[in-house]
Design a protein around this ligand. Sequence first.
Ligand SMILES: C[S@@+](CC[C@H](N)C(=O)[O-])C[C@H]1O[C@@H](n2cnc3c(N)ncnc32)[C@H](O)[C@@H]1O
Length: 191
Amino acid sequence: MSNVRALFYDAVMIPAGWLGLDRVRRRLVEGLSGRVLEVGVGTGLLPYPPTVSSAVAIDIDSQLLASARLRHPGVTLLQADVQQLPFPDASFDAVVACLVFCTVEDPARGLAELHRVLRPGGQLRLLEHVRSPHPTVACIQDRLTPAWSHLAMGCQLNRDTIPLVEASGFRITHRTQRLRELLEELVAVPV
Ligand SMILES: C[S@@+](CC[C@H](N)C(=O)[O-])C[C@H]1O[C@@H](n2cnc3c(N)ncnc32)[C@H](O)[C@@H]1O
């Protein structure tokens, strides 16, 4: 079966990787160790460092997952919804998500699930594009979002993810803002 969605996704994201996203992805996973869950794996463009002893990755989209299987042969890949994870409480040392919560229907519910499956002292690593703190830019994001989300698999350009992370029981320990505060790299721990 041809996998049009995965081909389209890679056609956009691989060049974005060459332009700098690959560097940010590598930094996102640097030093991760133990049993790691990646949510929203997509086509598998996030590399896992050798310190990761076991990795499980999920995505809601079976076509993208089929492509991720080719890139991550040693990883357990499952079709699952981050809003209802099929894992016991406290079963991961770390959870990582790259550009995912902009498309999750109920991000607060997804983040609550990540909180549930992370062990105490575990780490959440997130890379997200977010709603701009600058009103003019945020207004442009609001205008563009309806059309953009049709083109980009439901992506909400104007999603205000950081307050949701804090409201879901995480304490942010490291935060780096990039691209004029449109891109956030976070490390957070469950409290
Ligand atoms: C922009 S892509 C990012 C893919 C990958 N993380 C990357 O960096 O290339 C967003 C991904 O989140 C997945 N996704 C959206 N909603 C989801 C949900 N409720 N549960 C699991 N995955 C979801 C999409 O299917 C898609 O693969």
